[in-house]
Design a protein around this ligand. Sequence first.
Ligand SMILES: [Zn+2]
Length: 268
Amino acid sequence: MPEPLLPLSRSPPPLPPLPPALCITIHDVAPSTWPLCECLIQTVCSVAPVPLTHLVVPAYHRLPVADDRGYRRQLDACLRRGDELALHGYVHLDEAPRATRWRDRYLREIFTRREGEFAALTREEASRRIALGLDWFQQRGWPVQGFVAPAWLLGAESWRAVRQFSFAYTSTAYRLHLLRARQVLAAPTMVYFSRNRTGRFLSQQRNDRLENRLEQAPLIRLALHPEDARHPVLMQNLQALLGRLLRRRIAMTKMDFVAHWRGQAACA
Ligand SMILES: [Zn+2]
């Protein structure tokens, strides 16, 4: 008996509604930080084997790298298990001339300790560093769709540089910018301030407040830094926080969130 003819579908089926999402990012991924990054990954995976976005720095702090073959194999394995690698600056050092305004000087030199590489670059220099980073990714055969400036500091000239490339997204401290769709989404971030005891205590309190206040938010980001892994109290807090968040949210990479969001917008 011949099979009944099905109507030809001219467009893909609509995506299901996007559940509240959680994007977990591991910042400052580099050979020198990898042991601490691994500790973060193990802590997260002890709660659930969720996909992660790794913010990779090609020449972190300009430290020499004798042999990165093991590190590369580890990141290859991350990609195979569904993680995402995004470009996180090139050297993660603010090497631009010193700021003259006190507010900028505080932000760049004290609050972010001269790590905001793209805070005050010219457009030409920002473009050059992004291009170097993309070449570095290409040499390793790693796909890259996202760019996140170190310390989330993106000066006006660097913004122009980022827009010259074909990234799907970039993110700042409070927002996710869908560059191709020219959309900006609120993307509150939970983060630990592991630098001192007061910061560690207050950031746990802040994360708890955000968790309660943002119960209905479509997207929450959880940003983890290698230094967090040095503090068992933070790792215990992370396990508990993650356990609660994953009861209500689906963890996905930032790229998957962007793709899903764009797909939904196209179907609306
Ligand atoms: Zn960073």
